[in-house]
Design a protein around this ligand. Structure first.
Ligand code: PLP
Length: 424
């Protein structure tokens, strides 16, 4: 199989060894040298090592490595910075933001805070005029700059200028692009944001977890910020940290500090560009006409109505997995969206380069042609049954299964983790 989900990656053997270790058996509520349980001498060393490696890597004064994952980490940041009912501004989910950035009604971030959401301009880029207008009108306590399905660079400088105008905290959620920030292929948030959050399992290529970073700008704005963040994580929202994950983060931090990781980040960008080129050569349309990161969004609206679900399923049958996604101004529905999100971090970890991207791009385009006629019914009541029938028909589609055979043969040559990095 070939994985093209932009939020996924393969961690190194060393990271996986740590995650599978007996470190997971130990309880260690609290922070190094301030634990509620005995027997944490080694755990203290590991957590401090993870923190120190990250502080050195990002040149920042404070890091917390205990958040269980990205969503709890964002909750902790909001818990530290806002009272319930205060205003949070973030990028709309449909424009490529994350659920935890204030998505209304169904999420904690949209329900416990006064959520104001900004969107994109007609070039599919973040609409900074709108961000500024909304900020001046609503005076948010926190502005989040982060992306889950936004293929372009986040301009943290512009965000910070707006945040400064209204006295807001700027939180950069770089979960998706941390690896690119490290390799210098994406603008760094550290000179601009007050707090930075990153999951550790995406382009950072560590275990499933997260880190919260307080920058020099954060400390300058509020010298108590590091303590507030730590208290919000524990005891505010969590109990005992996942020590095996923290060990994995320490290892990933060391890997991310290497020359090879710089190359990895550069290669992600090269691969994304190569995939963009072939998809466009094959006549496919991309949201915003391209990518400046590790991901792109296929816009299928010119091919047919509501094709995202069908394409994602058909690709899976063909041995390639990516995810259906809404596109800006989604004409169909979030349940049956019109786009496909594609990313290159995982195939890059497997050692694939531009030549392989052309092969993959051609397969994607072939699959698009196979499902192009399978438009979603306009009548909402018919959609569920239509998709059910579609899946039954296409699970054994001959053309898709032929591609699957080719994909399987091709993928065999690429190990899940190409570089046999050893822990130094
Ligand atoms: C930008 C961003 N923030 C936060 C998260 C949440 O991370 P997790 O799934 O680890 O809770 C994600 C996950 O996709 C994300 O893309």
């Amino acid at each position: 199989m070939i994985g093209l989900i932009p939020s996924e990656n393969h961690a190194s053997p060393a990271v996986r060894l740590a995650v599978a270790s007996t470190l997971s058996s130990k309880y260690s509520e609290g922070y190094p040298h301030r634990r509620y349980y005995e027997g944490n001498q080694i755990i203290d060393e590991i957590e401090l090592e993870a923190i120190n490696r990250l502080k050195k890597l990002f040149k920042v004064p404070h890091v917390n490595v205990q958040p269980y994952s990205g969503s709890p980490a964002n909750s902790a940041i909001y818990f530290a910075l806002m009272e319930p009912g205060e205003t949070l501004m973030g990028l709309k989910l449909a424009s490529g933001g994350h659920l935890t950035h204030g998505h209304p009604k169904v999420t904690f971030s949209g329900r416990f805070y006064n959520s104001v959401q900004y969107g994109l301009n007609d070039k599919a880029r973040i609409d900074f005029e709108q961000v500024e207008k909304l900020a001046l009108k609503h005076r948010p306590k926190v502005i989040v700059a982060g992306n889950t399905a936004y293929p372009f660079e986040l301009n943290f400088k512009k965000f910070s200028e707006i945040a400064d105008k209204v006295g807001a905290y700027l939180v950069a959620d770089i979960s998706h692009v941390t690896g690119l920030v490290i390799s210098g292929d994406h603008l760094s948030p550290f000179p601009y944001a007050n707090v930075v959050m990153s999951t550790t399992h995406k382009t950072f290529r560590g275990p499933r977890g997260a880190m919260i970073i307080v920058t020099n700008r954060g400390v300058a704005k509020d010298k108590d910020l590091p303590g507030k963040i730590d208290k919000a994580v524990f005891p505010g929202l969590q109990g005992g940290p996942h020590n095996e994950t923290i060990a994995g983060i320490a290892i990933a931090a060391q890997e991310a500090s290497s020359e090879q990781f710089q190359e990895y980040g550069h290669q992600i960008r090269k691969n994304t560009n190569a995939l963009v080129v072939i998809l466009k050569e094959r006549g496919l349309k991309l949201v915003g006409d391209g990518s400046e990161t590790h991901l792109m969004l296929l816009d299928l609206t010119e091919i047919g109505f509501g094709l995202g679900t069908q394409l994602a399923f058909a690709l899976d049958v063909a041995g390639i997995y990516a995810n259906k996604n809404t596109i800006p101004d989604e004409p169909c529905s979030p349940f049956y969206p019109s786009g496909l999100r594609i990313g290159t971090p995982l195939v890059t970890t497997r050692g694939m380069k531009a030549v392989e991207m052309r092969k993959i791009g051609n397969w994607i385009a072939d699959v698009v042609e196979i499902v192009a006629q399978e438009e979603l019914p306009q009548d909402k009541k018919l959609r569920h049954q239509f998709i059910k029938n579609f899946k039954q028909r296409y699970a054994s589609n001959k053309a898709l299964l032929e591609i699957r055979v080719e994909v399987k043969k091709f993928a065999k040559d690429y190990k899940l983790f190409a570089d046999e990095w050893q822990l130094a």
